[in-house]
Design a protein around this ligand. Structure first.
Ligand code: NAG
Ligand code: NAG
Ligand code: NAG
Ligand code: NAG
Ligand code: NAG
Length: 535
């Protein structure tokens, strides 16, 4: 009797799940390898043929809601596989018409014919600048490709207006073109020459092109001659007009399984993410050897190719992957990350319309609030900073930490903690947590903590698709098509944050499994003034 009670107690204790402890040692002043993060680091990417899908108030509200947290215009990349196949027909009345392809009109591999009104999509989003793509057609021969490409460039450029053109990409994933790298480079330089002539660009205005847009699979290779290296050694930047060098990145390939183990191994995993970065850093080095003025960007990012369930690839679990990936990228010198989406991609931040084959209509997905987390971590104006990844003893795969320092004073300003341990209703235990102790400096009396949270853990798909049990909030705010048409609202009526006391320069913060937090340090002059006025 006694022993079975003891066993029951023990079982209950196990079912209560784990409490992990992490003790972090944070440098109080910016280390020498801290990297300045651009104000426009966070970005979205839309498949070229699906630009009209986003030409609506819902998408504009969402863009403005993220832009409001930034101090430079948000950059939207319009490009992708469909962008090389697209045909411009200014006499066509329809905005777009799918003319051929493997699954017209549902895939990025379909060929579309677009009319004049297609380009109205570039006139919206006045708070954003855009990069768009000069179509290059992936196959040879193709007689009309250059005039067609120039017509697309002309129409897009005129619709945006000079000030809102951030860059013009030269094709997309040339590593998959049927012709070789020499012919690609020749075509790309032709597009550059004709574009600057057509648009009358002079001097530094000519440095407007995005080079490479290399497909993601090279990130899994370990050789030296790959992607960006190959195109740059073949003189892609011969004209010196390169503004960005771009690499694409998907975390997981087509195909399941899509269970909790796979979520932990493949997506919510700092090792799986960090493992791709030695190759990315090589790319950054090659590019800077060639031309130090070219910024390296990830111009197309996705959690998963194929059609995984939204609860796996578009919920809060994927949101924590996104947080870890962006913070890892910014700390390694990547200058922008563009999150790719269209209505049929289950890892999209939002679904813009009801035209998808696999999606349920206009909705904000559970991955979305991570965009607000990331832009708030980047900061705006005077709160922009320099970032480093913080060493976590034991190098766990399911936990990461990053520190952001003030640009001027170099003092610690905020710390992000990402607990990627998968938890959802299918976990056979109560939600565990990580108890994290870190040093925040002796002059600091308290810190403010904001959380990226869902009661459903990784499976939180957001209010629109899951109802009120599936809310995903950042600092108490959530976004919904049904409630606020993408503007954001606070379910409790106000933002949510906690104040945690600092003892002897140290603070302990609990981060439940499948949750991320930002700790705001009120040190420096602001903290001093607050202490004086509250005394
Ligand atoms: C953290 O987890 C432990 C072990 O399950 C639990 O006892 C504790 O209450 C949790 N703390 C918080 C703040 O949730
Ligand atoms: C930055 O430097 C620290 C030691 O000074 C090192 O542990 C860390 O790995 C470096 N970070 C990067 C991204 O190189
Ligand atoms: C730009 O964004 C701000 C902040 O979200 C918003 O108030 C304003 O209406 C937006 N302007 C346009 C033209 O959309
Ligand atoms: C592009 O223009 C430059 C400068 O006029 C010229 O040297 C180069 O041959 C041109 N390249 C192509 C592919 O037309
Ligand atoms: C989820 O959000 C909705 C809409 O704001 C709200 O009515 C509901 O109370 C929230 N649910 C929970 C559990 O907080």
């Amino acid at each position: 009797m006694l022993s079975s009670l003891a066993a029951a107690a023990l079982f209950t204790a196990l079912a209560q799940a784990d409490n992990t402890q992490h003790t972090l040692s944070i440098q109080q002043d910016a280390p020498s390898n801290a990297t300045a993060v651009p104000a426009d680091f966070f970005s979205f990417s839309w498949e070229t043929a699906y630009l009209p899908s986003f030409d609506n108030d819902f998408s504009e509200n969402i863009i403005n809601s993220i832009y409001a947290r930034m101090s430079k215009p948000i950059i939207i990349r319009v490009g992708g596989t469909s962008g090389d196949l697209i045909q411009v027909d200014l006499d066509q009345d329809e905005t777009r018409r799918c003319v051929s392809g493997p699954s017209c009109p549902y895939s990025s591999q379909d060929t579309w014919s677009v009319g004049k009104s297609y380009f109205d999509g570039f006139r919206r989003f006045q708070n954003a600048t855009m990069t768009f793509q000069a179509p290059m057609t992936p196959v040879d021969p193709e007689d009309n490709w250059l005039p067609n490409s120039m017509e697309y460039v002309r129409q897009a450029y005129n619709a945006l207006g000079k000030e809102r053109v951030n860059a013009i990409a030269l094709g997309n994933e040339p590593d998959y073109y049927s012709y070789g790298v020499e012919q690609y480079v020749e075509r790309a330089l032709k597009v550059e020459n004709q574009t600057i002539e057509m648009l009358g660009l002079e001097g530094e205005d000519r440095r407007i092109f995005e080079l490479g847009d290399i497909g993601w699979t090279v990130l899994k290779q370990r050789g030296d001659d790959f992607g960006l290296h190959k195109v740059f050694t073949n003189d892609l930047n011969a004209n010196g007009y390169g503004k960005y060098a771009a690499q694409h990145y998907y975390q997981t390939d087509v195909g399941g399984p899509y269970d909790n183990d796979a979520l932990q191994d493949r997506l919510m995993n700092h090792h799986a993410i960090a493992d791709r970065f030695p190759q990315i850093q090589k790319g950054i080095e090659y590019v800077h050897q060639e031309d130090s003025k070219i910024d390296f960007v990830i111009s197309e990012l996705g959690a998963a190719l194929g059609v995984p369930p939204v609860s796996w690839a578009g919920g809060l679990g994927a949101g924590l992957w996104a947080v870890d990936l962006h913070l890892t990228a910014m700390s390694r010198g990547v200058k922008r990350v563009s999150n790719n989406m269209f209505e049929d991609a289950p890892d999209s931040f939002w679904i813009p319309n009801d035209e998808g084959q696999f999606t349920t209509g206009p909705s904000v997905q559970g991955i979305f609030p991570s965009a607000a987390f990331i832009t708030d971590f980047v900061g705006k104006g005077d709160s922009l900073g320099k970032v480093v990844e913080v060493d976590v003893p034991g190098q766990p795969q399911d936990f990461s930490a990053f520190a952001m320092y003030d640009l001027q004073s170099e003092e610690l300003a905020r710390v992000a903690l990402v607990n990627m341990k998968v938890w959802n209703e299918n976990s056979n235990q109560a939600r565990g947590n990580a108890s994290v102790t870190l040093n925040v400096g002796n002059g600091v009396e308290s810190v403010t903590v904001k959380r990226l949270h869902s009661d459903k853990g990784s499976a939180g798909v957001g209010f629109d698709q899951g109802g009120p049990e599936h809310n995903v909030t950042w600092a108490g705010e959530q976004w919904s098509f049904k409630i606020d048409e993408g503007k954001g609202h606070f379910p409790t009526g106000e933002s949510v944050q906690e104040t945690v006391a600092v003892m002897n320069g140290q603070v302990t913060v609990t981060v439940p499994d499948t949750e991320a937090v930002i700790i705001y340090i009120k040190g420096g002059l602001l903290g001093f003034l607050e202490q004086v006025f509250s005394a």
